[in-house]
Write a protein that binds this ligand. Structure first.
Ligand code: ZN
Length: 233
């Protein structure tokens, strides 16, 4: 699954703050964006832009290449968001949010809450006793709040995030399975190749040159050449 622009922004803004939004918008979906271009387009001071880029860099969310400006003699840095790491960061924060929501829901379901009719405060049972069931702000009597709409909202959010994470885990497993398959194929191909390379015509002498043996046996220069030739072949 590719993260939507909105989700990418969500993650990066958590690190940069709202001020970073224009920079994020300029970086998203592009590669090798010059920091000077970023400064011009976002109308920000180059120092501010760099500070934000380093913040992202410290979080492994952006990478750079640099090129020397031949005329001016200094390096110009070009920046690219690292999609994979942003995705990782996003799902990590979703898992944390899920934990928090579950805790809050549990709390909401097991505790009693009281609210002021003027909406000044919302207190749990112990706090309400402490204030003798009167609002500490306006002095009005407080009454029990069922918290039903909160509970419904939280349950809905929890369900959404659980679903999202489930899909993500499924996809991750699929990718890992695919990668393992490719790796197996590569290993198989390599072994096949090594076998072909290391058993040439006559074969007996070079048969000794297995991976293990190359480190131990001192090969004379002439033999070395032969081995190299075989390797190339
Ligand atoms: Zn009140």
């Amino acid at each position: 699954m590719r993260l939507t622009q909105k989700k990418i922004e969500e993650i990066l803004i958590k690190i940069l703050g709202e001020d970073g939004m224009p920079i994020v918008k300029e970086l998203a979906g592009k590669e090798n964006v010059s920091e000077f271009d970023l400064a011009t387009k976002t109308k920000k001071d180059i120092k501010v832009v760099r500070k934000m880029l380093y913040l992202l860099y410290n979080n492994n969310l952006v990478g750079f290449t640099r090129k020397k400006d031949k005329q001016k003699g200094w390096y110009i840095y070009y920046w690219t968001l690292i999609a994979e790491n942003i995705k990782f960061s996003y799902f990590k924060s979703q898992r944390e949010l899920l934990e928090k929501l579950r805790d809050r829901l549990e709390n909401e379901e097991k505790e009693l809450f009281f609210i002021c009719s003027s909406n000044c405060v919302r207190l749990n049972f112990d706090e309400s006793i402490g204030f003798d069931f009167h609002c500490p702000e306006c002095g009005e009597l407080i009454s029990q709040d069922s918290g039903e709409s909160r509970i419904i909202h939280m349950r809905k959010r929890i369900e959404e995030i659980e679903k999202e994470l489930k899909v993500h885990e499924k996809e991750k497993k699929k990718v890992l399975k695919k990668q393992a398959k490719v790796r197996k194929k590569v290993v198989k191909a390599k072994t096949k190749l090594t076998k072909i390379k290391k058993t040439p015509k006559g074969g007996k002498k070079s048969k000794k040159v297995t991976k293990k043996n190359t480190q131990k046996i001192k090969v004379s220069p002439t033999k070395k050449k032969k081995v190299l030739k075989n390797k190339k072949g």
